[in-house]
Design a protein around this ligand. Structure first.
Ligand code: SAM
Length: 201
């Protein structure tokens, strides 16, 4: 059984290596960070925090949230913060209930998730979308990388993701990917009501 609960993920993160956890920062995240002049970023399901730390090195005030306290402890211990041009803020929290599990406040200029959304059941997906809507600035992008067949056993397609984010977002792009050699997509969701930056590289 793939991990889905915080206890499952805690157990996985106690091992020296997990089956996920790219050392390379995906191009989509680099592209997102280059658009406009973002100051604050939010990563949902950040694990040990490699991508959030990358963004802090690039000068952003970068926040990462994960419900595994073991992963967040590793993220915090990952290295000194004095060489970062921006700042890091790692928090334990449930992405389906950030208002009650953290004291996070928006607005964030962009947010993203590599491999967390596909762990959620249908109710969790809806709650997650509401949290992103609450925390992201109008016109901001939320980027998701998700397996087409994730651990939650819900098939994810562009139409399914569009339905989850119907309230307050447009699906700007859904790009098929073979990241980790498995069928997956990068989803670019734009929150309504702002001054969007249109181009997706
Ligand atoms: C496949 S891992 C990916 C971790 C990291 N993004 C990476 O690419 O290395 C999925 C992550 O989502 C986290 N996660 C799953 N469900 C969550 C939830 N409801 N709230 C917060 N984090 C969650 C897990 O603890 C895990 O760190």
């Amino acid at each position: 059984m793939p991990p889905t609960t915080s206890a499952d993920f805690d157990q996985a993160y106690r091992l020296p290596l997990t089956p996920w956890g790219d050392f390379r920062v995906p191009e989509a995240i680099k592209t997102l960070a280059r658009r406009g002049s973002p100051r604050r970023s939010l990563e949902l399901g950040c694990g040990v925090g490699r991508f959030t730390r990358y963004l802090a090195r690039e000068g952003l005030d970068a926040t990462g949230v994960d419900f595994s306290s073991v992963a967040i402890a590793k993220a915090k211990a990952a290295g000194p913060t004095d060489h970062l041009r921006g700042s890091v803020d790692f928090r334990v929290g449930d992405v389906t209930a950030l208002a009650s599990s953290t004291t996070l406040t928006g607005p964030f200029d962009f947010s993203f998730d590599v491999g967390c959304f596909h762990c959620l059941d249908a109710a969790g997906q809806k709650a997650y979308a509401a949290e992103v809507r609450r925390l992201l600035r109008p016109g901001g992008i939320h980027l998701i990388w998700a397996l087409d067949e994730g651990p939650a056993a819900l098939r994810l397609t562009p139409a399914a993701v569009k339905r989850v984010f119907l309230d307050g977002f447009s699906l700007q792009d859904a790009r098929p990917s073979r990241r980790r050699i498995i069928a997956s997509h990068w989803y670019w969701l734009e929150k309504h009501g702002g001054d969007p930056i249109r181009q997706v590289d």
